[in-house]
Each structure stands twice: as C-alpha cells, then as structure tokens.
Design a protein around this ligand. Structure first.
Ligand code: ZN
Ligand code: ZN
Ligand code: ZN
Length: 255
C-alpha cells in the first residue's frame, strides 16, 4: 500500500490569501499546504479520500492517470467541492466514478451538484455512482480492499474516518469515542488532524491531536488539516514527540 498526502492544509489552505505571517511567507515547500486529501494505492486501485477545491492541481502535480473510487469524510466544501473536476477520469476510463459517504453527505453532494443528478444531464457533466456508508462498518469496495468506517465527531457533526488495513485517516475530528479508539488499534500509519494551538470547537488542537495519537499508538503518525497558526513545518516538527510528524503535501508513505 502506498499513501500520498495530496494536501495537508485546513480549509483556507496555506498560505492564506493576503496573509503575510512567517508561515504564509515561508519559502519552504513543506509550508505550502493545499486543502486536505490523500490518495491510497492498494491492490492496483487508486482510492481518493476527499475531493476538495485543489483536486485538479493535486491530480496534475502527481500525474494521476486513473482514479477508482472517492471516499468522503464529510460534506464541508474543503472536502467535496472539487467534484466537477472528476470529468477527465469519466472520459478516460469510461466509468461512473464511485463515491462513498454517509447518506447525509451524499444528499449534500446531490444538492450542491444538482446538475450531475438531472435525469437528462448536460453532455460532459460529471458521472458518479453513489454508495452509502454507515459508521462502524466494513465494506469490501474492491476485491481484497476492505474499508472500515470510523465514527468521529467534528464539533457536533458525526463524520467518518477510514481504516484500510494498517492505515487510518482521520480528518476534521474534535472527539473520538472509546469504540472508535478500539477500532484504531494496531495501526502502522495514522494520519490525524491538528489545526492550531488554541482551542477550537470542531477541530483537534495540536495537543489534543498528539495525546489522541499517543493513545491510538500507531507506529507512525502524521498530522494534517494544518492551519498557518500552527507555524512553520520545522517548528511543528521540533514540538512533536517520537514517531509523530507534521504531514506535508507530497509526502509518500509505504506500508
Ligand atoms: Zn476540513
Ligand atoms: Zn498566515
Ligand atoms: Zn469540516
């Protein structure tokens, strides 16, 4: 399995438009953060988690020629609004793109992208097939590829994390209950969100992400959904305990 971090930034990305803080002004490529998304390559399939506003650039940067499925954590714009740009994959592969998410999330996609779901869609419109997921279940989405859905809270909103084998991806969480913590045992690699140092109503702070990661105990943990307030990559790294690292765009992880 190969995991590529396509984006590691929070909803505004880093740099933030118009901001001249030291992080936004940094010339370190690891301080340039597109909106959060990862690509998981396993068993010959490319599985994308979330399709945000930087999706097109992420596909071009990594020269992705084939996409087999899209898993959606939740319906916020920074996780779904790139959906229109799946069209080149529809044309190249001649398939409806399978998208997977909670029923509420798929309903939101149908509202935001109503033109995709018209009975006689305009030619060239994205083509998708919707697959409902419930939390706390395991789904074999391709032969040999099982996706376990992990219930987490994003403020008061229930959203999904995903576990595929020894890898799990949790973004936009602010609370993980004991049942879900159990489902995250025995990981080689965890990616989990860490927004900023100050308390936030719907995202883990840096300290909360670190303590949650330590309780989960993956062999390696990478932080994502990072805001400019978290600071420079090198300074975040210096604050991380052993086996926990800030993620960055373009990070490749092999399991
Ligand atoms: Zn987000
Ligand atoms: Zn800034
Ligand atoms: Zn969100």
């Amino acid at each position: 399995m190969k995991i590529t971090v396509l984006g590691s930034g929070t909803s505004q990305g880093v740099p933030v438009i118009g901001c001249s803080c030291s992080t936004c002004a940094s010339s370190d490529a690891k301080d340039q953060r597109l909106r959060s998304s990862v690509l998981v390559y396993t068993h010959g399939f490319n599985i994308l988690i979330d399709v945000g506003p930087d999706f097109r650039q992420q596909m071009l940067t990594h020269n992705i020629k084939k996409l087999d499925a899209i898993l959606l954590t939740h319906e916020h714009n920074d996780h779904i609004i790139g959906m229109d740009d799946i069209r080149p994959f529809n044309f190249r592969q001649g398939i409806e793109m399978p998208i997977y998410g909670l029923p509420r999330v798929l309903d939101d996609v149908k509202n935001k992208f109503a033109y995709i779901f018209e009975s006689l869609p305009y030619p060239g419109t994205p083509r998708v097939s919707c697959h409902e997921l419930l939390a706390g279940q395991t789904y074999e989405i391709f032969p040999g590829v099982s996706v376990q859905t992990i219930h987490v809270l994003h403020g008061s909103l229930p959203i999904l994390g995903f576990r595929i084998g020894k890898f799990a991806y949790i973004t936009d969480a602010s609370f993980i209950d004991n049942h879900s913590m159990e489902a995250l045992k025995g990981l080689d690699v965890l990616i989990i969100n860490a927004l900023q140092y100050r308390k936030h109503y719907s995202h883990f702070t840096f300290d909360e992400a670190i303590s949650t990661a330590q309780a989960i105990g993956a062999k390696k943990t990478f932080l994502t959904h990072i805001s400019h307030d978290l600071g420079l990559y090198e300074s975040i790294l210096s604050k991380c305990p052993p086996n926990i690292y800030p993620g960055y765009d373009g990070l490749n992880i092999n399991i």
